[in-house]
Design a protein around this ligand. Structure first.
Ligand SMILES: *Cc1c(COP(=O)(O)O)cnc(C)c1O
Length: 353
């Protein structure tokens, strides 16, 4: 760090993203991207004529994307805000609903960015440990008098709460915003979007990165009561009014309109997840009941960090968190069936004997 960095940031530890090797030599099961390409409708929408229009600013109101998203989710456009990835929307939400006097409550084992943003913005965090089996006990979130964020399904455990459990948390915290991060909800968990018209304190955040093949386009949606969305827009228009680029707006709209492709690809991921889980269980792995596009797995036959490194040497990248409670686990993104077969073969070679 330079001698000019503000001392208030000297102690900040930034988030470490999963590796993004720029050559193609790995089977990449480490950052929960889709193994499938975006819908052909996306490729058609992002065409040469649209590239020429990049000389013009994008629509700061994101009107066409919002119309498609509102139709898809059964909401009105003023109940939705697009973000440059759901990361940006989550950041806007923390900026809008937390400060030094309004802490953020979140789990000890969850998406790492929440605590990084708290440090960046000097928001105190109130850490609520997961249960022994990594589940969330909703009762621990009742009557907190704090802004709450819950990843549902949670990462990296993959475990999901039912919408009715989240509903109990909403009812027990009427004076606080409850942010539900549904990055993985399309892989078999229940969404809280249908609760939006009943709870003014609910903000649901979804992303196009995991189930819509658009991680590199950077797009997410925050959804909630129109007043909450207006609060997020207040932050957005105080920072970066053109936060979504022209090509991403078109890609997102095309993705939302191609329901068939979305349904087919998320079903393929769920089928491949079931196959992979069975193969790992046959080999003695312990797995959580993941409702996400990854498995969270451990084996007594090799320590987590060692298995991560051994797989990497065989050309397979998975994610290992050297963190309390989860250092024995690997988070393995669900790829194509062929990629998962290669993973199982590699495990057999590494663990035999
Ligand atoms: C991947 C992920 C995000 C970030 O998604 P982007 O839309 O790519 O910014 C947010 N929350 C969780 C839990 C995630 O796993």
């Amino acid at each position: 760090m330079s001698r000019y960095l503000t001392p208030t940031l000297a102690g900040l530890s930034p988030y470490t993203p999963g590796e993004q090797p720029q050559d193609q030599q790995y089977i990449k099961l480490n950052t929960n991207e889709s193994p499938y390409p975006p819908s052909p409708a996306v490729t058609a929408a992002v065409n040469a004529a649209e590239v020429e229009k990049l000389r013009l600013y994008s629509d700061p109101a994101c009107a066409r994307l919002l119309k498609a998203a509102a139709e898809y989710h059964g909401l009105t456009p003023d109940e939705i805000m697009p973000g440059n990835g759901s990361d940006e929307n989550l950041f806007f939400a923390l900026r809008a609903f937390c400060d030094e006097a309004h802490p953020l409550a979140c789990a000890d084992v969850t998406y790492g960015c929440y605590s990084v943003w708290c440090n960046l913005m000097h928001i105190p965090s109130h850490i609520i440990p997961l249960e022994e089996d990594f589940s969330i006990d909703p009762a621990r979130y009742h009557g907190l008098n704090k802004t709450i964020v819950i990843a549902n399904p949670n990462a990296p455990t993959g475990l999901a709460l039912s919408p009715s459990a989240i509903e109990g948390i909403l009812q027990a915290n009427p004076d606080n915003v409850v942010i539900v991060d549904e990055a993985y909800v399309d892989f078999g968990a229940g969404s809280c979007v249908p609760l939006i018209h009943r709870y003014k304190n609910l903000l649901v955040v979804q992303t196009f990165s995991k189930s819509r093949q658009l991680a590199g386009a950077r797009l997410g949606l925050a959804m909630g009561d129109a007043e909450l969305i207006a609060d997020l827009n207040r932050v957005k228009f105080s920072l970066n009014p053109y936060n979504i680029n022209r090509l991403t707006l078109l890609a997102g709209e095309a993705s939302l309109r191609d329901k068939g492709y979305f349904e087919a690809t998320r079903q393929k991921i769920m089928d491949t997840r079931a196959w992979t889980a069975k193969e790992l269980e046959k080999r003695g792995f312990a797995l959580t009941d993941s409702r996400a596009n990854f498995l969270f797995a451990r084996t007594d036959r090799m320590e987590g960090g060692a298995l991560y490194r051994a797989l990497k040497e065989k050309g397979i990248l998975v994610r290992h968190f050297d963190s309390p409670r989860i250092a024995e686990y690997l988070r393995i993104t669900i790829g194509t069936p062929e990629q998962m077969e290669a993973l199982v073969r590699a495990l057999d070679e590494l663990l035999e004997g």
